[in-house]
Write a protein that binds this ligand. Structure first.
Ligand code: HEM
Length: 450
């Protein structure tokens, strides 16, 4: 008899584009869900594939803002936080809520964490010293200086889009994920790291495999091999840069020092990997969700298009990028581990005692629609002001190192797409990856007049 356990084959998570036309003088009502409070389990990736996920989060945030969630397969449980204030308090207190035991609430016991050995899996003071090594590659000034390089890459993408064949409807039909969203962030981070053009597709492939192995027909057991491949690539490139440093980030890594010592190989490889993962696997989803939001909220698209070529262009694009990250929340959660017994919550939210060693998970898509922090949170508003969104983290030691870079990439790419192809819009259905960690759009058919 065949003893091989049956592999669960999940149906694709397909979603329908829904055009919204809520008048500005009326608040968009919170979405509904068919799930009862006791049936909600945020650990389950299937929950995140539900079309009513924002209704689910609304119910949790309002009715049980501090909850226990459990992986059904293992019984592993964690504390779940869905309100902005709690998430911000946890993110700000790295002494109580440690990153050192990994930052994902994995679905399987023993699952490999693709961020293992990287600075996101470290606590200060080592974290602070390590982060400083590449910090200067990500300052606002440095990122501003990258604008011409980002523009050049976007121009290349626009040119390719222009050359696409058209169908009988006179429009080109493409997969926006493959032809736009993946390309730009990958090219930019690879350029910054000093990875030659001919290896850039390989890097996209490897980072994708390490974070969404199922998309490539792989399982979590393949992750260590893939991760080692990225680290080894980084180490080999690092050797070249050590002999002949340039102004790229890989040179910063291999010439950097901590307490007068160069970084060890098991620090350089993972650091290289984290920059590749951060650069490739997040902004692409912001770009995809941005295109979706602009399709679903045509008035916002018009406002952006009207600003193009005016003095307000940069300001509007920058503001829109921030709103896209709030709306998309490309990273769904971060996990921390309590380093001591701690009480969280109050009479209103419920008070819980978290014991040392227990896991705590913070859910960014929920924080980013908390009405206590954002008026009219279910409205996509490219001019939202103020917009202290938490998609890059809510603040604290691990706040996204690439936030300025990502904002610039989103602002430039979508401005240029709208300038050259103002009618580009999502075409019916799109596919998301089943994940409770990354909000990945896997396929997004769009049409436009080239
Ligand atoms: C829209 C795009 C992006 C989103 C939504 C995003 C989101 C995040 C989040 C949520 C964190 C953890 C924050 C925390 O724990 O407080 C993070 C950390 C990080 N991100 Fe990003 N990120 C994006 C783009 C980038 C880019 C382009 C890079 C470039 C390399 C990058 C590199 C990093 C690094 C290195 C960390 C770890 C920082 C640390 O531990 O000190 N990210 N990001």
């Amino acid at each position: 008899m065949d003893q091989t356990p049956a592999r669960t084959v999940h149906p694709p998570v397909l979603h329908q584009v829904q055009v919204q036309d809520w008048p500005r003088d009326r608040e968009v009502p919170p979405p509904e869900t068919t799930l009862d409070l006791d049936d909600i389990n945020l650990a389950d990736p299937a929950t995140w594939g539900r079309p009513d996920i924002h209704g689910v989060l609304w119910r949790r945030r309002e009715e049980r803002p501090i909850a226990r969630d459990e992986h059904r397969s293992t019984g592993d449980a964690f504390w779940s936080f869905t309100r902005w204030d709690h998430i911000a308090a946890i993110s700000a207190d790295h002494a109580t809520f440690s990153n050192a035991y990994g930052v994902t609430a994995a679905n399987d016991r023993g699952a490999v964490n693709a961020a293992e050995g990287t600075i996101i899996s470290m606590d200060p003071p080592l974290h602070t010293l390590m982060r400083k090594v590449v910090n200067k590659g990500f300052t606002p000034r440095q990122v501003r200086a990258l604008a011409p390089a980002v523009n050049r890459r976007v121009d290349g993408i626009v040119e390719r889009l222009r050359q696409q064949p058209t169908g009988p409807d006179g429009k080109a039909h493409i997969d926006y994920v493959a032809d736009v969203a993946v390309r730009l962030p990958a090219a930019v981070i690879c350029d910054m790291m000093g990875i030659p053009e001919e290896d850039q597709d390989l890097m996209v492939d490897l980072t994708g495999k390490s974070l969404t192995p199922g998309e490539y027909g792989l399982t979590r057991h393949d992750i260590p091999r893939v991760v080692a491949e990225i680290d080894n690539y980084g180490l080999a490139l690092g050797q070249e840069r050590l002999a002949d440093p340039t102004d790229d980030l890989t040179s910063l890594l291999v010439t950097g020092q901590i307490a007068d010592q160069p970084l060890a190989a098991d620090q350089v490889g993972p650091f290289f990997r984290l920059l590749m993962l951060g650069g490739n696997e997040t902004t692409r989803n912001a770009l995809s969700h941005g295109m979706l939001a602009l399709t679903e909220w045509p008035e916002e698209r018009e406002r952006w298009i009207e600003a193009l070529g005016t003095e307000a262009e940069d300001e509007v694009a920058w503001s829109a990028a921030e709103e896209i990250v709030r709306w998309a929340s490309p990273v769904i959660h971060m996990k921390r581990d309590a380093t001591r017994d701690v009480v969280m919550g109050d009479d209103e939210t419920g008070r819980v005692e978290i014991s040392e060693g227990e896991k705590v998970v913070i859910w960014y898509p929920s924080a980013n629609r908390d009405p206590r922090h954002f008026p009219d949170p279910y409205r996509f508003d490219i001019l939202r002001d103020p917009n202290h969104q938490g998609g890059f983290g809510t603040g604290g030691a691990h706040f996204c190192l690439g936030a300025n870079l990502a904002r610039r990439e989103i602002a430039i790419t979508l401005s240029e797409v709208l300038r050259h192809f103002p009618d580009m819009a999502a075409d019916g259905q799109y596919r998301k990856v089943r994940s409770n960690f990354l909000h990945v759009v896997a396929e997004l058919p769009v049409s436009y007049t080239p």
